[in-house]
Design a protein around this ligand. Structure first.
Ligand SMILES: NC(=O)c1ccc[n+]([C@@H]2O[C@H](COP(=O)([O-])OP(=O)(O)OC[C@H]3O[C@@H](n4cnc5c(N)ncnc54)[C@H](O)[C@@H]3O)[C@@H](O)[C@H]2O)c1
Length: 327
């Protein structure tokens, strides 16, 4: 693995931080590209010695020149493209949302196209938000190829990215894998509506009350597992433009709260009743399984245990801002 050079965009984000950790541990050369330069989340999941092995570069994915320069100057062989603005930010500033999420992704594909051969693999973040409400789909597991019926600008932008990937394969044979996470949880997941799941675990570790603002069955993917999926997908040499559902755990929010309380009986975690998220939860991840072979998967109870231990350690070190619990 040591002859790989990975560019991770959005590397200061939650999934990005976990991607850096896995890549450093694999012995890859790692370029962390982000607009932000303070490694708040990477510091939560990598040791100082591991952080020192990452090359941090300021990168705005809306600039094609900047993206191409980073890819060319560093001899990048694989790209994990995570930079993006989440649902509330796209709603608050649709124009910026489109620039970052849509144009930024076109720029990544352009940089890959101009350096294809040197660049051997590309994975990028789509989202479950490309799908419409559950009632739009027939009973049973929802596959990768169902009609995309997003109900948010964020989802519309992610649909555009899947289309961009399809055309780059059709016209220039740039292979890629897009992943559609549902709720990513774990250390570092501190923003966006569905971050309530991760914050509930942090609150339990900190002895604070917390209210999750939705209920019903949801798909949960642990951040470390998702990072491994992105890395595996970039390495897969996929011939085509796949856009893949993720599954791992499907858990009712009430049951998730009960699992936290099994670990921390004094936890004061509540949730709203009768406000399910407007997405199908019974997703078929067969497409991604075929590409990856083995699916990275930390079962939810084990993941909660790991997160509680890590959050407690970070709280002791003063590396977590509890302000996020009131956001
Ligand atoms: N977290 C989830 O549950 C979830 C679910 C579905 C899809 N996704 C997608 O996965 C990706 C990563 O998610 P995350 O939770 O790690 O996100 P995050 O919000 O924690 O991190 C995103 C990062 O992108 C960076 N960024 C923003 N604009 C940029 C720009 N112009 N140039 C370079 N960097 C920029 C931000 O500084 C931030 O560090 C995103 O594209 C997101 O839409 C996440």
């Amino acid at each position: 693995m040591s002859n790989e050079t990975f560019l991770v965009t959005g590397a200061m984000g939650c999934i990005g931080a976990w991607a850096l950790r896995n890549l450093v541990r694999d012995g890859a050369t790692v370029i962390a590209g982000d607009l932000a330069m303070e490694p708040v989340r990477p510091r939560q999941v990598l040791s100082e010695a591991e952080l020192a092995q990452v090359k941090f570069v300021k990168l705005d994915v809306t600039s094609l020149n900047d993206v191409r320069s980073v890819v060319e100057a560093n001899g990048v062989t694989h790209i994990v493209h995570l930079a993006g603005l989440q649902v509330p930010f796209c709603r608050a500033n649709p124009s910026l949302g489109a620039q970052v999420n849509v144009v930024g992704t076109v720029n990544i594909f352009e940089a890959a196209r101009h350096n294809w051969g040197q660049v051997k693999g590309l994975s990028y973040a789509s989202s479950l938000a490309v799908l419409g409400p559950a009632e739009e789909y027939p009973e049973g597991r929802v596959g990768d190829d169902v009609p995309l019926l997003p109900r948010t600008l964020y989802g519309v932008y992610k649909v555009a990215n899947e289309g961009t990937a399809r055309i780059y394969w059709q016209d220039w044979q740039i292979g890629s894998v897009g992943l559609r996470p549902y709720i990513v949880y774990g250390v570092g997941r501190d923003q966006g509506m569905t971050s309530d799941i991760a914050k509930a675990v942090l609150a339990a570790a900190a002895g604070r009350p917390y209210h999750i603002r939705f209920d019903g069955p949801v798909g949960l993917q642990h951040a470390n597992d998702v990072a491994k999926m992105f890395i595996g997908a970039a390495r897969a040499g996929h011939q085509g433009a796949a856009a893949c559902n993720l599954r791992n755990d499907v858990v009712d929010v009430g049951d998730f709260v009960a699992l936290i309380k099994e670990e921390v009986p004094s936890a004061q975690i509540t949730h709203t009743n009768g406000n399910p998220l407007p997405f199908p939860w019974d997703l078929d991840d067969g497409g991604l399984r075929e590409i990856l072979g083995e699916m990275p998967w930390t079962p939810v109870q084990e993941a909660i245990r790991q997160d509680l231990a890590q959050f407690r350690h970070l709280l002791d070190q003063g590396l977590i801002d509890l302000q996020q619990l009131s956001a």
